[in-house]
Design a protein around this ligand. Structure first.
Ligand code: ZN
Ligand code: ZN
Length: 399
C-alpha cells in the first residue's frame, strides 16, 4: 500500500517535471510601432496582422503625439508602391470595411480607430494590442521621444528648458494620468542617441525613469555610439551605477522595432522584426505584462531566445533555447563598487551559464551573443543577441 502511494507521487512529480511545470512562460511583444496615424507607411490593421502572423503576442501601436482615436483621413501617396499597398488593403478587408474616396488630389482613406480594429485581431491569450503613444518633443534640434504604453488619453508633449527638465515633465505627465485613471502606464525613454540628444548624465538626473531602449531598430538612432559618444549599452551601465548608489530603482533595457517602413526593406529603412521583448507574465493583459516588466521579469532580444532566467542566492543563471547550428556566448557584465566602471565578469561558451554575484558588486546583467547573422539587421553584420535585465546583490542571501 505504502509503496504504491510513493510510486504514484513519483509518477506525479515526473509528470509535472516533464510537462514543464514551473518553467517560464514568455510573451513576445514589440513596444514601439508606427502606422499611417503618424509617419508610418501602412494601415494599422495590416501592421498588427503582420506581427500576429509572426508569432508576436502583443504590440503597442505608438504613433507620434496621437492615439488611434477620432476621425483621421490619410491621403495615400501617389507612388505605385503605396497605391498597390492600398489595393491589397482594400482586397483583404473589403469595400464594406474600408471607407475611402477618390478625387483629383488622390485616394483618401479614413483610418480605423483602435476600438474598431481591435476585435478583428485581438484574441484571448493569443494577441493583444496596447493603446500607446510616442510623446515626441524637441529642445532646439535635440529629440526627446518617450513611449507611453497603455496610455488611456492623449498626452500633449510638455516643454522644458533643459533635456532633463523636458524628460522629467513628460514622466510627470504620464504619472499623473496613471494615478488619475488607475491604469498602469509603461513609460520608456526612446533611442537616447537619436540626434545624440540624451546622455547618461541626463538620465541619471531624472526621477522615475524605469525603462529605456538599449536597442532600437531605426537606422538613425546610433545604438552603438561613435568615437565621441557612448553606446546605449555603456549608458545603461553608467545610469544603473548611479541609480543604485542613489537608492533609485534599476533602469531596464528594451529592444524595439520603431517600425515605420512596411514596403521598402533594408538597413536604410526601419523595418519590423528587428528587436522585441519577451515578458514572463502570468497572463496576456496590460496589468500583468506591465507588472512583470516593472519587476525586471523580461529580456530584450534581436533573435536569441531563452529557456529560463533565474536569480537565486545571488546566482544569476541563464539557459538558452538553442537553435541547431548556432553557437552562443553568455557574458556576465557588472560593476564593482569601488571601480565605478562596468566590466565583463565572466564569459561562457554554450547554452547555459551561472554567475555568483558578490556583495562587492553593484549589479550584474547578462548578454547572450549568438553566431547567427541577423536577417535584415539594424546594421550590416549584426548577429542575434539578447539582453537579460540587471540584478543587484541581495544581502540576506545564503552563501
Ligand atoms: Zn522616436
Ligand atoms: Zn518611434
Amino acid at each position: 500500500m505504502k509503496t504504491s502511494r510513493s510510486l504514484f507521487l513519483l509518477i506525479l512529480l515526473l509528470f509535472f517535471y516533464t510537462s514543464g511545470f514551473g518553467q517560464d512562460k514568455y510573451y513576445k511583444g514589440n513596444l514601439h510601432t508606427h502606422s499611417y496615424w503618424s509617419d508610418g507607411d501602412e494601415f494599422p490593421e495590416m501592421i498588427m496582422e503582420w506581427y500576429k502572423n509572426k508569432g508576436y503576442d502583443f504590440v503597442a501601436l505608438s504613433d507620434h503625439n496621437i492615439i488611434p482615436e477620432g476621425v483621421k483621413w490619410k491621403t495615400i501617396p501617389k507612388d505605385s508602391l503605396y497605391q498597390n499597398a492600398f489595393r491589397d488593403y482594400l482586397k483583404k478587408y473589403g469595400e464594406d470595411w474600408v471607407e475611402y474616396r477618390k478625387d483629383s488630389a488622390g485616394t483618401h482613406v479614413r483610418l480605423k480607430t483602435l476600438e474598431e480594429f481591435r476585435p478583428l485581431l485581438e484574441e484571448n491569450e493569443k494577441f493583444m494590442i496596447f493603446k500607446a503613444e510616442e510623446i515626441t518633443a524637441y529642445l532646439d534640434k535635440k529629440a526627446v521621444h518617450m513611449g507611453a504604453v497603455n496610455v488611456q488619453e492623449l498626452i500633449q508633449p510638455r516643454e522644458g528648458n533643459t533635456i532633463v527638465e523636458l524628460i522629467q515633465n513628460n514622466i510627470d505627465a504620464i504619472r499623473e494620468q496613471s494615478e488619475r485613471t488607475g491604469e498602469p502606464i509603461l513609460q520608456h525613454l526612446n533611442h537616447p542617441n537619436f540626434t545624440y540628444a540624451i546622455t547618461a548624465e541626463d538620465i541619471i538626473q531624472v526621477d522615475g525613469e524605469r525603462f529605456f531602449e538599449v536597442f532600437n531598430g531605426h537606422p538613425y538612432v546610433n545604438n552603438y555610439g561613435d568615437s565621441i559618444h557612448s553606446s546605449t549599452e555603456e549608458m545603461w551601465d553608467e545610469v544603473n551605477m548611479a541609480y543604485i548608489q542613489a537608492g533609485k530603482p534599476l533602469l531596464y533595457g528594451l529592444a524595439t522595432d520603431d517600425s515605420h517602413h512596411y514596403h521598402k526593406f533594408g538597413s536604410r529603412y526601419s523595418n519590423a522584426g528587428r528587436g522585441w521583448v519577451m515578458v514572463n507574465s502570468e497572463k496576456l493583459d496590460p496589468r500583468s505584462l506591465i507588472k512583470s516588466m516593472e519587476a525586471g521579469d523580461f529580456y530584450a532580444t534581436t533573435g536569441v531566445e531563452l529557456e529560463a532566467i533565474s536569480f537565486d542566492n545571488n546566482a544569476l543563471s541563464i539557459t538558452v533555447k538553442p537553435e541547431t547550428g548556432v553557437d552562443y556566448e553568455i557574458r556576465f557584465i557588472g560593476a564593482h563598487r569601488d571601480r565605478m566602471e562596468s566590466e565583463i565578469l565572466k564569459t561562457m561558451k554554450g547554452t547555459a551559464a551561472k554567475y555568483k554575484l558578490s556583495a562587492d558588486y553593484l549589479f550584474v546583467r547578462a548578454k547572450i551573443i549568438s553566431s547567427k547573422l541577423k536577417e535584415n539587421p539594424y546594421q550590416e553584420g549584426d548577429v542575434e543577441v539578447a539582453w537579460v535585465q540587471p540584478v543587484i546583490p541581495n544581502s540576506s542571501a545564503k552563501n
